[in-house]
Design a protein around this ligand. Sequence first.
Ligand code: COA
Length: 149
Amino acid sequence: MIELRWVTHEDPCMRDVTDLRWEVLMAPFGVSRDDNWHDDDPHSHHLVAVEDGRVIGYSRLIEDGGAGQIRQVVVAFDRQRAGIGSAMLAETVTKARELGLDPVFLHARTRAETFYQRLGFVTASETPFPYGRTGQPHVRMEIRGGGDD
Ligand SMILES: CC(C)(COP(=O)(O)OP(=O)(O)OC[C@H]1O[C@@H](n2cnc3c(N)ncnc32)[C@H](O)[C@@H]1OP(=O)(O)O)[C@@H](O)C(=O)NCCC(=O)NCCS
């Protein structure tokens, strides 16, 4: 059974979250584990997916003025393409709505663009641009006004 849980950055499970983020998002691109890629943690909302006590997914929400930014959506290599990322993304958008944040935006790796489109995100940048510590090509995507119009 998979449980989605909102936690604080001081929750003990955040150690496993850090391992997961580094292993799946950073290490494949040579980013050092000691880099500051987690320096937003204290002021983020953290959503964790847990299966039988194991952290298998993560998504974060950052309040950016009146908008909400989603970052570092990640699922463990051996649990990808089973609907977990979609469930986390939907829950993160719901949280942003509850907090009154609009629009909800993110910078998607181009390889994951269709994943976000399936949940209603629309690409808002014309051409991909290198972003974050990986330098991978990204596009800005967003949902405005509840995502159903
Ligand atoms: C991208 C990611 C978060 C998606 O989570 P997931 O649980 O694997 O995705 P879901 O099972 O909910 O949805 C999968 C669907 O999204 C779409 N999709 C598009 N690009 C995808 C990608 N790179 N990886 C996974 N799904 C992708 C497909 O339509 C796929 O459906 P299919 O399996 O029938 O082809 C996850 O695969 C992951 O952590 N990938 C590596 C890290 C990453 O790229 N994160 C995004 C940073 S912007």
